[in-house]
Write a protein that binds this ligand. Structure first.
Ligand code: B12
Ligand code: SF4
Ligand code: SF4
Length: 370
């Protein structure tokens, strides 16, 4: 399948392909996670839909898995209070980039095999991307559940192309066969919240990546662990031996994010808190965190302020804004900074706060001081 090798080379991606054989172990694994209440709540597909490509494309005979390496270099530029955006969300939205690559490949397959019966799947689609990547041998599971490729470590995002044509050189790997992962357990030890409860088992409700994306109150017992992350978490990948060297060197094939884009990589926390809806769209539409909306990112920025022990006027403005969720997290940040002036400010807010949740937070924060 030289044309696939050529495509991968030209587009700077990794490809693997396999037959769409249904694997009952995978569906059983997903069903078990669901029964234990450990499936991510925003995934609405059933275990059967997630493991059977035939439900997405009638007559499917091949699944091509694609791994797209994203930008990973860039260091926090200066000492200003800044947040960190996880690498998969930096630069152009990977959903768009992977879809574009899959569509380009679809056009080539269409012309070559004279078939229009082709489907793309990415991220929010039914198929479980990592499973198909492992099955095609494109990469293998790490204990942190990430797919690790030889060339780009686990710094890749994934998608699939489904074809009603059989291909040669198919790889048929057993996804649940240990092999790629060196088993060093560094990811498990480094995870700030203990979310990797056992090898190959991540509890999403403990995972900071999940928590930074959830709306509402950020669980109090995980706020300290968040550090300055405002979207996603890379810790269990940063320590993986497959990734460490790449982090030092960067992924050379990819264009670097320009230095002008620093606010999309390490945004100043003040800048985030000052964003209007229009400005948020201007900066973050077209990135993978654009869909999440401004309020969640600002909530995370307030927690980051608290963890850095650093306050600016923007935090006090958030403590008096219209959004009770932001007020709640601003109170937490102010109380973390401590100091009699800040505590007096929180005491004054007791008389003015009307939202029950925010008032509860004020009482909690003050109980540590008075
Ligand atoms: C829900 C989801 C999440 C949830 C839950 C993740 C989880 N591990 O359960 C949350 C929000 C926490 C999350 C976080 C992240 N995610 Co996410 N996420 C998804 C999504 C939408 C569905 C995944 C899912 O439902 N998995 C179900 C669970 C049960 O599967 P699993 O945890 O991977 O478990 C597998 C292994 O345990 C394996 N297995 C089981 N037993 C055994 C035994 C052995 C011996 C072996 C070898 C394997 C094995 O089989 C399971 C089935 O795949 C996918 C996109 C998609 N459509 O697939 C992206 C996806 C998995 N996420 C991705 C990314 C990039 C991330 C983050 C790195 C983002 C970040 N920097 O913040 C983190 C990493 C956290 C982590 N350690 O997994 C990429 C993964 C790329 C890669 N290289 O693997 C995906 C594929 C998105 C994409 N299209 O590129 N994610
Ligand atoms: S850090 Fe070690 S145990 Fe974890 S995925 Fe990487 S090689 Fe495997
Ligand atoms: S992404 Fe962060 S919180 Fe989630 S499992 Fe990895 S290290 Fe733990």
């Amino acid at each position: 399948m030289q044309f696939l090798h050529d495509f991968a080379q030209r587009e700077g991606v990794v490809l693997g392909w396999c037959k769409p054989e249904v694997d009952s172990d995978a569906a059983a694994f997903l069903a078990e996670r669901q029964e234990l209440g450990l499936a991510a709540p925003f995934v609405r597909w059933s275990p059967t839909e997630r493991t059977q490509p035939g439900l997405l494309l009638d007559g499917v005979r091949t699944v091509i898995s694609l791994a797209y390496p994203y930008e990973i270099s860039h260091n926090n530029p200066d000492t200003e209070a800044r947040g960190t955006i996880a690498r998969f969300s930096r630069g152009r939205d990977y959903h768009l980039v992977v879809r574009q690559k899959l569509e380009r490949l679809a056009e080539i397959c269409q012309a070559r095999f004279n078939t229009a019966n082709i489907a793309c799947n990415i991220d929010t689609g039914p198929l479980i991307d990592r499973y198909w990547a492992a099955k095609t041998g494109l990469g293998g599971y790490g204990k942190n559940t990430a797919i690790i490729t030889e060339e780009y470590g686990s710094w890749v995002t994934l998608g699939e192309l489904l074809l009603d044509v059989g291909l040669s050189e198919v790889q048929q790997h057993d996804p649940f066969m240990a092999g790629t992962c060196q088993g060093c357990n560094r990811c498990i030890s480094a995870c700030p919240t203990g979310a990797i409860e056992a090898p190959y088992r991540v509890n999403p409700y403990k995972c900071l990546s999940f928590l930074t994306q959830q709306k509402g109150i950020f669980p109090r017992h995980y706020r300290d662990k968040l550090g300055n992350r405002v979207y996603g978490c890379d810790r269990c990948q940063e320590v993986c031996p497959y990734n460490v060297e790449l982090l030092r060197e960067g992924i050379k094939k990819k264009p670097r994010i320009s230095d002008d884009d620093v606010e999309k990589v390490y945004p100043r926390l003040d800048f985030l808190l000052g964003l209007t809806n229009k400005k948020f769209k201007y900066f973050f539409a077209g990135t993978a965190l654009g869909w999440r909306g401004k309020a969640v990112i600002q909530r995370n920025a307030l927690i980051a302020f608290g963890n850095l022990g650093y306050l600016t006027e923007a935090v006090f403005q958030a403590a008096e804004c219209e959004n009770p969720n932001l007020r709640t997290h601003a109170y937490w940040a102010i109380s973390k900074a401590g100091g009699s002036k800040n505590i007096d400010y929180l005491i004054k807010r007791l008389k003015l706060e009307t939202d029950p949740e925010a008032l509860g937070e004020l009482h909690y924060c003050l109980s540590r001081y008075v």
